[in-house]
Structure formats: structure tokens, C-alpha cells
Design a protein around this ligand. Structure first.
Ligand code: NAP
Length: 496
């Protein structure tokens, strides 16, 4: 059970502690932040509301711990990461339990998130050993005007302190996708978990603690992003910010100093369906892509752009599958569970009501109880409706009927987002042309958008992000290139 057994020391009475200097601590603020269970709408957990002084202390520790960590052999860093991954997987139950209670993630998916996170840490350790263990050797005579008088050696060095801020929807997975690359590359790491998801993250951090990482190298500061966020992101000790979330990332980018940023933000992933597509495959992918975790995924299918000639058939097939989705508590593995907060539910409802007023066809009756919204397919959505452009982050999928491929591509490219998209067709040539024309970081052919597997590059164009994720890209982003040039007194050529 969460906060018991191996994890008992992370709890102080009814408030979870924060993690600094290798210890679990109670904040001097004397204040806590409540985590509301989305399904029951009651306070489930409480975490410390950390102070600015506590942030300052953590940053100082992170700076000095990083100096010795950078001198720790790569294989030793990898060994500790493998240890943390094993502890995490062995103790998946309390983390999965807190994911169910804090973010209403279905129980099975919660376990999957933790296991996937352990695998990500291990993969990252191995990849880090490979890519950080080698550099480049350049010879000067390949550039015009030069003899072979200079040998250039390049390697990758750490940045310093990495600040990681994940969102609520994959708090454990998106935290470790920042922590593991930062650590293998020789950085220290300060984590600010999302408030909904903080307790799962604290359990995850304890797994790193139990693995035996040096004191101060990893810290976890809790508190509301709206209160402590600016202080963290503008802190002079921070050398890199890896953030996943919504528009907040855009304002962080404007305020952050001259440091590398990894921003993985929102999306409005389009699903383009051509006449020759396998319509059963399309329907099952709209269900999987649009309704998994109640649509609260950055890569959820957020607009279907279907050719008019097959639209009736697609809508009928999806409708039949929507009818089979179960709605209810996450503990019972319901397909559709409560969305994360009342304000999210109100926002989703606003989009639905706007579509209603403007004449969208409701394939199901709109139904909501508290934060629980029943799955809804909206047909005949037009570009003047908000749902055609905005990210609902809920179980509502709009269908726009199109008369040409160009119309679909134009709609996709007119979005301010550019995360992923997908196209369904049996014609690989058309699929490639459409993929090239779509202004998104990734295009999936004949499958719904997805972030994983976690080693694939993952990036958004436009307002969907800066930089690229995926294990290798994250390690590279969290390093700098360092060069040493050996200058010879005379040209020297190996004779062969
Ligand atoms: P969010 O509201 O932007 O919050 C993300 C994180 O930022 C949370 O940890 C939050 O803490 C923190 N935060 C809030 N205000 C802050 C500030 N001023 N400074 C620094 N940090 C601050 O996003 P969310 O609701 O958790 O997640 C949903 C969004 O994430 C969607 O737009 C979704 O598309 C996007 N997302 C993108 C990806 C991707 O990889 N592209 C993946 C998953 C989700 P608190 O919880 O304490 O407010």
C-alpha cells in the first residue's frame, strides 16, 4: 500500500514529505497541497508546499553533487540506474495504486506505466554507456586550406543541474524519461512533479534513493506549479529545463534564461482517413487513439478528417465500438474514467456545448457525472467550432468530413499544434506524400499516434514543443560537446 512498508519514511502523518540531500523532509512552510481523487472528488493525499528557501537549498546541493557525479565512471552511473529500475519494477504496486487514486488511471494501465518506466531507465543506462562512451576524432586536412596539423577530439559533457517538470497524465513515465538521461549524462536532477501525480512520483524517487545515488544528486520539490513554478524555472542554478505539459511550457520558454530547453507540449493530432483505408483498422485505432485513458494523452486522436465517401461507414463502425466502452472507476479497469479535475471537465463541456450550438451531430447523448464524462463522438464538426482546433483532453472525438486530401492536410497544418498525426490508406505512395506534407513531428501510417516505444524520437513542431525526446535525443540534449585540439608542429600523415 502507498506510504507503507519500504515507503513508510516518505510519509509524515498524513502529508507526504519532499526529498532533499538524500533525506525525506517536512517543509518549514507548515503548509500542504491537497491532491483530489478525480473519481471521488475528495482529498486523497497531501504533499508539502515547499518554500523558496528550500528550493535554494536543493539547488546548492544539486550543484555540488553534480561535480562529483560527473567524475563517477559511466559504468557506475549505469549500474545505479539499473538498480533503481529493478527496485521500481519490484515495487510497482504502491506506485500503480497512487496513479489510480491521483489521476484515475485504470489499474492495469497504471501498472504498465510503472513497468515501462523501469524499462526506460534500463534502456537509458545502456544507451548512455554506448553513446557517451564514444566521441569523434577529426583531422584538419579534410577542410580546404589545411594540412594534417590538427587532431580534434570531441566528447559529450554534462550541462549541470537539470530541472524536470512532468505533467499529470504520465507522471512516473514522463519523470523518468527526464531523470534517467540527465543522470547517465552526469547531470544532477531537480524534479517538480505535477500536483496530481506527485505521490506516485515521490514513491518513484524513493526507488532511486534506495538504489543508493549520492546525496543531493536527485531532489524532489513539491508544491503547486502556479506558486513555486516561476521560482524554479527562473532559478540561476538551473542549466536545462525538461518540461512536458500544456501552454505553461510556452510561458516558461519566454522566461527561461539562455539554457537548453526540452519542451513537449500539447497536440491536436489529426487522423486522416482515405477512401481505400481498412475501415475496421481505422475504427479500432480511433477508439484506441481517441479514448484510451479517457483521451488524456498528448498523442490522442483529437480530430478525425475522413473522406466524405467513407465517412458514414467509419462513423457507424466507431459508434458501435464506443457503445462497448465501459465507464466507471479506475479500480475496475473501466475504459473511461473521471477526467483529472473539475476544471478539466468544465472545459471539455464548454467545447461540447459550443459544438452543439453550432450544429454538430451527437452520435451519443452527452452525459456527465462529476468529473466522469461518457465517451462522445461528434460528427459533422465544422471549422467554425472550437472542438475542431482545441485540445479537449477528454473522451470526446470530433469528426470533420473532407472532400479531398488537400483539405485534410490544410486543416492539419492550420493548427497551431504539430505533435503527431496519422494517415490510413493502403497506398504507401500516398501515405508518404501525406506524411511529408503534414507539419507534425511524427506521422504514423495505419496506426493511431503514440509516444512509444520510448526510444523512438518524439518531438512537436510549432506550439507542440522545442527539441526532441526519446532516450538518445534526451541524452544528447542534456549534454554539451567539448572539444580538445592537438596541434602538431608539422603535418603528419599515417603511411598505411
Ligand atoms: P500543465 O498544466 O501545463 O502542467 C504541467 C506541469 O507544469 C505540472 O507539473 C504543473 O504543476 C507544472 N506547472 C504549472 N504551472 C507552472 C509554472 N508556472 N511553472 C512551472 N511549472 C508549472 O499540463 P497538465 O495539465 O499536467 O498536462 C496536460 C498537457 O500536457 C496537455 O496539453 C498535453 O497535451 C500535454 N502533454 C504533452 C506531452 C508531450 O510529450 N508532448 C505529453 C503529455 C502531456 P502543477 O500540477 O502543480 O500545476
Amino acid at each position: 500500500m502507498a506510504g507503507t512498508g519500504l515507503f513508510a519514511e516518505i510519509l509524515d502523518g498524513e502529508v507526504y514529505k519532499y526529498y532533499a540531500d538524500g533525506e525525506w523532509k517536512t517543509s518549514s512552510s507548515g503548509k500542504s497541497v491537497a491532491i483530489i481523487n478525480p473519481a471521488t472528488r475528495k482529498t486523497q493525499y497531501k504533499v508539502q508546499a515547499c518554500t523558496q528557501e528550500e528550493v535554494n537549498a536543493v539547488m546548492e546541493l544539486a550543484k555540488s553533487a553534480q561535480k562529483s557525479w560527473a567524475k563517477t565512471p559511466l559504468w557506475k552511473r549505469a549500474e545505479l540506474l539499473h538498480k533503481a529500475a529493478a527496485i521500481l519494477k519490484d515495487n510497482k504496486a504502491p506506485m500503480a495504486e497512487s496513479l489510480v487514486k491521483e489521476i484515475a488511471k485504470p489499474a492495469k494501465d497504471s501498472v504498465t506505466e510503472v513497468v515501462r518506466s523501469g524499462d526506460l531507465i534500463s534502456y537509458c543506462a545502456e544507451e548512455g554507456v554506448r553513446i557517451l562512451g564514444e566521441g569523434k576524432f577529426l583531422l584538419s586536412d579534410s577542410f580546404p586550406g589545411n594540412d594534417r596539423t590538427k587532431y580534434c577530439l570531441t566528447s559529450k559533457i554534462p550541462l549541470g543541474v537539470v530541472l524536470a517538470i512532468p505533467p499529470f497524465n504520465y507522471p512516473v513515465n514522463l519523470a523518468v524519461s527526464k531523470i534517467a538521461p540527465a543522470l547517465i549524462a552526469g547531470n544532477s536532477l531537480v524534479l517538480k512533479p505535477p500536483t496530481q501525480g506527485a505521490v506516485s512520483c515521490l514513491h518513484m524517487v524513493h526507488c532511486f534513493h534506495l538504489a543508493g545515488f549520492p546525496k543531493g544528486l536527485i531532489s524532489c520539490i513539491t508544491g503547486k506549479g502556479s506558486e513555486i513554478g516561476d521560482f524554479l524555472t527562473m532559478h540561476p542554478a538551473v542549466n536545462c529545463i525538461s518540461f512536458t505539459g500544456g501552454d505553461t511550457g510556452i510561458s516558461i520558454s519566454k522566461k527561461a534564461g539562455m539554457i537548453p530547453l526540452q519542451m513537449e507540449l500539447g497536440g491536436k493530432d489529426a487522423c486522416i482517413v482515405l477512401e481505400d483505408a481498412d475501415l475496421d483498422l481505422v475504427a479500432s485505432n480511433i477508439i484506441k487513439g481517441g479514448f484510451s485513458y479517457s483521451g488524456q494523452r498528448c498523442t490522442a486522436v483529437k480530430v478525425v478528417l475522413v473522406m466524405e465517401s467513407v465517412a458514414d461507414e467509419v462513423v457507424e463502425k466507431v459508434k458501435a465500438k464506443v457503445a462497448k466502452l465501459t465507464v466507471g472507476p479506475p479500480e475496475e479497469n473501466s475504459d473511461i474514467t473521471a477526467v483529472v479535475s473539475e476544471s478539466s471537465a468544465n472545459f471539455i463541456e464548454g467545447l461540447v456545448m459550443d459544438a452543439k450550438e453550432k450544429g454538430a451531430t451527437f452520435c451519443q447523448e452527452y452525459k456527465r457525472e462529476g468529473n466522469l464524462i461518457w465517451p462522445l463522438l461528434l460528427d459533422n464538426v465544422r471549422p467554425d467550432m472550437r472542438i475542431a482546433w482545441e485540445e479537449p483532453f477528454g473522451p470526446v472525438v470530433p469528426v470533420l468530413r473532407i472532400n479531398s486530401i488537400e483539405e485534410g492536410i490544410n486543416h492539419c497544418n492550420a493548427s497551431n499544434f504539430g505533435l503527431q498525426g496519422c494517415v490510413f490508406t493502403k497506398d504507401i505512395n500516398k501515405a508518404i506524400l501525406i506524411s511529408d506534407a503534414m507539419e507534425t513531428g511524427t506521422v504514423q501510417i495505419n496506426s493511431a499516434p503514440a509516444r512509444g516505444p520510448d526510444h523512438f524520437p518524439f518531438q512537436g513542431l510549432k506550439d507542440s514543443g522545442i527539441g526532441s525526446q526519446g532516450v538518445t535525443n534526451s541524452i544528447n540534449l542534456m549534454t554539451k560537446v567539448k572539444t580538445t585540439v592537438i596541434n602538431l608542429p608539422t603535418p603528419s600523415y599515417s603511411m598505411g
